[in-house]
Design a binder for this molecule. Structure first.
Ligand SMILES: NC(=O)c1ccc[n+]([C@@H]2O[C@H](COP(=O)([O-])OP(=O)(O)OC[C@H]3O[C@@H](n4cnc5c(N)ncnc54)[C@H](O)[C@@H]3O)[C@@H](O)[C@H]2O)c1
Ligand SMILES: *[C@@H]1O[C@H](CO)[C@@H](O)[C@H](O)[C@H]1NC(C)=O
Ligand SMILES: [Zn+2]
Ligand SMILES: [Zn+2]
Length: 342
């Protein structure tokens, strides 16, 4: 006898024969048909409420698509072009864009979390109410609108969209974190905590930078084979040890590692494993605290968005590198992210 209520997610039909209207692109905007989208744990941080962001909203920030129509002032792209939209725009005019290493353009919605396009409005409505965008993007939809000059890159017409959509977040974030932000050095020892989409690409970055030892750490052993195929020299599961994992790693490496990457997004691991770096997204509702001796004893701690890459300068180049088979991209999807196969 069943007497309890269960909860589930569902696609709700609100009105008969009324798909979601998407306003036409404004003068400098582009409307894109989304062909492929990836799923990043950052989307899930909003669903779980650990990242505060206005709702109702359409999530998704990692995609590739084809231009459907353009506003009257748009020149660089035309209908039919393959493009990747950015969650970190690149206006080229603000102080940050003008800085050679700055990539968090002041037009970004990551810090402001308004849930709109830069002009403060949204292009989606449902039942007459505006639906918020996510990071100036919103890819879990059939069509999406962005500002042309600052928020998208035209990519090679031969690009396989199902794979290169990962250049829109996961791959660039993690590969850049290794080669551009941490600047992994040849012969170094690296440890990567978390072997999801982001962690696997960090491994590719460490390998291409010439690291000689790359240790993967994950609580799900099913991730080990893929990690080793992509360049991890060994993988360990913290649950197999009685000692704290940082002590295990110090022993394994005699004196600790040169670079450590936290790509789980968990505050506990960020702090306790600092003796070892970080590039995950701490959910914004939480704060970190640490012992300043960690700094005085010579460690540095870096974080970055989008791997420190300037979206406008680098996305099409990274796509070309993928086409040239310099990188192997794997798009696993929601089923794996949510089915416990993480
Ligand atoms: N800074 C940025 O620009 C940026 C961009 C993309 C993603 N992120 C962040 O990177 C993180 C990873 O994203 P993802 O999509 O790869 O996630 P994911 O869920 O696919 O991967 C995380 C992995 O960590 C493992 N894990 C969980 N707890 C663990 C523990 N205590 N010890 C060891 N392993 C553990 C899980 O088994 C999983 O395989 C997220 O927090 C995401 O928000 C940041
Ligand atoms: C990123 O863009 C800069 C500036 O255009 C360029 O010097 C660099 O080589 C690019 N890196 C990649 C990996 O595309
Ligand atoms: Zn992401
Ligand atoms: Zn800017």
């Amino acid at each position: 006898l069943s007497t309890y209520v269960i909860k589930c997610k569902a696609a709700v039909l609100w009105e008969i024969n009324k798909p979601l209207p998407i306003a036409p692109p404004k003068a400098s905007e582009v409307r894109i048909k989304i062909v492929a989208t990836g799923i990043c744990l950052s989307d899930d941080h909003v669903i779980s409420g650990t990242w505060h962001y206005p709702i109702p909203k359409i999530l998704g920030h990692e995609a590739a698509g084809i231009v459907e129509s353009v506003g009257k002032k748009v020149t660089p792209v035309k209908p039919g072009d393959k493009v990747i939209p950015f969650f970190t725009p690149c206006c080229r005019e603000c102080k940050i864009c003008k800085h050679p290493n700055g990539n968090l353009c002041s037009e970004n919605d990551l810090s402001a979390t308004r849930g709109t396009l830069p002009d403060g409005t949204t292009r989606f409505t449902c039942q007459g109410k505006p639906i918020h965008h996510f990071l100036g993007t919103s890819m879990f939809t059939e069509y999406h609108t962005v500002v042309d000059e600052i928020s998208l890159a035209k990519i090679d017409s031969s690009a396989p969209l199902g794979k290169v959509c990962l250049v829109g977040c996961g791959f660039s974030t993690s590969y850049g974190s290794a080669v551009k932000v941490a600047k992994v050095t040849p012969g170094s020892t690296c440890v990567v905590f978390g072997l999801g989409g982001v962690g696997l690409s960090v491994i590719m970055g460490c390998k291409s930078a010439g690291a000689s030892r790359i240790i993967g750490v994950n609580i799900n052993k099913d991730k080990f084979a893929k990690a080793e195929e992509l360049g991890a020299t060994e993988c360990i599961d913290p649950q197999n040890y009685k000692k704290p994992i940082q002590d295990v790693l110090v022993e394994m490496t005699e004196d600790g590692v040169d670079f450590s990457f936290e790509v789980i997004g968990c505050l506990d691991t960020m702090v306790s494993l600092w003796s070892l770096c970080h590039c995950g997204c701490p959910p914004s509702g939480q704060k970190l605290s640490f012992n300043p001796m960690m700094l005085l004893t010579g460690r540095t701690w870096k974080g970055a968005t989008f791997g420190g890459f300037k979206s406008k300068d680098n996305v099409s180049k990274l796509v070309s590198a993928v086409i040239a088979k310099k990188f192997k991209l794997i798009n696993e999807g929601f089923d794996m992210l949510h089915s416990g196969e993480r």
